[in-house]
Design a protein around this ligand. Sequence first.
Ligand SMILES: O=C(O)CCC(=O)C(=O)O
Ligand SMILES: [Fe+2]
Length: 348
Amino acid sequence: MEIINESSTPVQTLAQSNTPKVPPQYIQPPQLRPNNHHKPPLSLSNIPLIDLSLSSDSLLTQLSSACRHWGAFHVLNHGVSTDLLDQMRAVGSSFFEDLDASQKLMYKCDQNSPASEGYGSRMLVSENDDVVLDWRDYFDHHTFPISRRNPSRWPHYPPNYRNVVEEYSEQMKMLAQKLMAMISESLGLPSSCIEDAVGEFYQNITVSYYPPCPQPELTLGLQSHSDMGAVTLLIQDDVGGLEVLNDDKWITVQPLSDAIVVILADQTEVITNGEYRSAIHRAVTNSNRARLSVATFHDPAKTRRISPAPELVAKSRPRYQEVLYGDFVKSWYTKGPEGKRNLDALLL
Ligand SMILES: O=C(O)CCC(=O)C(=O)O
Ligand SMILES: [Fe+2]
C-alpha cells in the first residue's frame, strides 16, 4: 500500500484515495466542528444583498448597516461582467480538475514562507505540528503592485488562465477602490479616507479548491478567521460552503452566480476605529461535490502603519493601537487567526 504523508500531500490526492476516514490531522476539536452550531433554516439565512446601482442616499444607508452589523455582504450591479466571473471560476476549476497531481506540483509554493505564490495546501507557518489542517488546496497569485506580478509562475493550462487572472485582477482592484470610497462616505468621511490610509494596494488572488470530504462533520475547509488586510472580494461556485459568524450564529452565504461577496478585513476595522467590523468567516466541506472559491485580497504594504482615522478618533477616542502591517501579518501566520485574536490584541 502506498504510504501518504498527509501533512504535505495535496488534499485532492487524499480525497482521491477514497479513504472512508479523514486523517487525524484534519479533525477539528469538538467545539470547532461545523455541526455543533445551531443552523437556521436555509431560506432564512443569508448575508445582506446590496444593489450598487441604487441612488446614493439609500445605497449609503444600506452599506452602513451591512458594514456595521455584518462586515460581509453581497453586491450586485458591481460593474464586473458575469462572463468574467464565470471565466475565472472555469479556469480555476480546470487547473485543479484537468491537470494531474504531478503537473500541479510544478507550481508548488514555498510552504515555509507565508502567502508565497503558487500551489499549496497549508496556510499557517507553525513550528509545531499540532495545528489542525484545512481540507483545502489553493493557488495563490501575487497580482498588485505590478512589480510583484509574474504570470510565468501562474498555470499555463488552460491556455487562457493567465489572461483571465490579469483581467480579473484589474477589475477587482477597481471595484475595491469604488467600495472603499463608498464605505468611507457611508461614515461621513472624505471618499478617499480608507484608500489613503491603506496606501498602494497589495493584491493577492487565492483560488481555493475544497475536494469532497468523507467526514464533513469533523472537518473545516478553512478554519474560522477574519481576513487580515483591508477588503476581500470573493466569488464562489454553486456548491456553497462559505459561512459568516453573525450574533454567534454561523450563517450560510448562499451562492449567487452574478454577485460578489464583500468581506471587510481587519485593517478596515482599525481605520474605522471599530465602527465597521471585520467579518469572521469559515468554509465547511461536504461529501458530494468539490467546491471552488476565488478570494481577492486588498492589503496595505507590509511597511505601512495603520491606525484609526483622525476624523473618527476626534469624535470619541482611539480604540486600536497603531500597527505596522508587516507585524500583523507575521503574528497572523505564526499564531493562527483563531477568529479575530490578532485584531483583539490591538484593542485599547
Ligand atoms: O472559500 C471560501 O469561501 C472562503 C475563502 C476565504 O475565506 C479566504 O481565502 O480567506
Ligand atoms: Fe477569508
